[in-house]
Design a protein around this ligand. Structure first.
Ligand code: 5GP
Length: 204
């Protein structure tokens, strides 16, 4: 039995760094490497940040039912392959998905026990500063990302937890608490199975 953690954030909110820290602190987690039709950026490597595929290949995978969720984000397609969630269930390891708001909604419908976390920068100004610091984005792209961020933040109530990333170290710790605390919820698959075993000892 395993738990699925959905993590969403507008670009520039520090999500990748926080997810990276989480995976270092909790080495048993499986990170779901999404498929995308966008081109690799900077130091990104095939199979590490993403699996980079053509539009044709992505469409073939949709038709074959290989994605547990997929969405169009900006100009490209992004999707979560079923095998990561299946692998987590088979190995009893929790799975972390870094997906957008649309994907989070689809996944919660399919896996209601999934735990979702929304990460955001403390202000528009701070988000703009972080986007500019990445240095790879034009003014037009930054404007579009800020508008997109406002739209995404407006959906925050669909999430179980909200993490305001005002201080990286503190936010990383809070993300770790969320993961560890979620493992104690009555709806956690591992908790349910342990409690059922205990009930059996009562002859129930
Ligand atoms: P980026 O191109 O900046 O890496 O990602 C753009 C957006 O796509 C981010 O919000 C990211 O969370 C989202 N994303 C990445 N992988 C997936 C996926 O498999 N499914 C969905 N729905 N969104 C994804």
């Amino acid at each position: 039995m395993s738990q699925v953690f959905i993590i969403s954030a507008p670009s520039g909110s520090g999500k990748s760094t926080l997810v990276h820290r989480l995976l270092e602190q909790e080495p048993g987690l499986i990170f779901s490497v999404s498929y995308t039709t966008r081109a690799p950026r900077g130091q990104e490597q095939e199979g590490r940040e993403y699996h980079f595929v053509s539009r044709e290949e992505f469409e073939r995978m949709i038709a074959a039912g290989e994605f547990i969720e997929w969405a169009r984000v900006f100009e490209d397609y992004y999707g979560t392959h079923r095998r990561y969630v299946d692998q987590g269930a088979a190995e009893g390891r929790d799975v972390v998905l870094d997906i957008d708001v649309q994907g989070a909604r689809q996944l919660k419908e399919k896996i209601p026990a999934a735990v979702s976390v929304f990460i955001l920068a403390p202000s528009r100004e701070e988000l703009e500063k972080r986007l500019r610091a990445r240095g790879d984005t034009s003014d037009a792209v930054i404007r579009r990302r800020l508008a997109e961020a406002a739209r995404e933040i407006g959906n925050f109530e669909q999430y179980d937890f909200v993490l305001i990333n005002d201080d990286l170290q503190a936010a990383a710790e809070r993300l770790l608490w969320i993961v560890r605390t979620s493992r104690l919820r009555a709806s956690n698959p591992e908790v349910k199975s342990r409690v059922r075993q205990i009930l059996e000892t009562f002859g129930q």
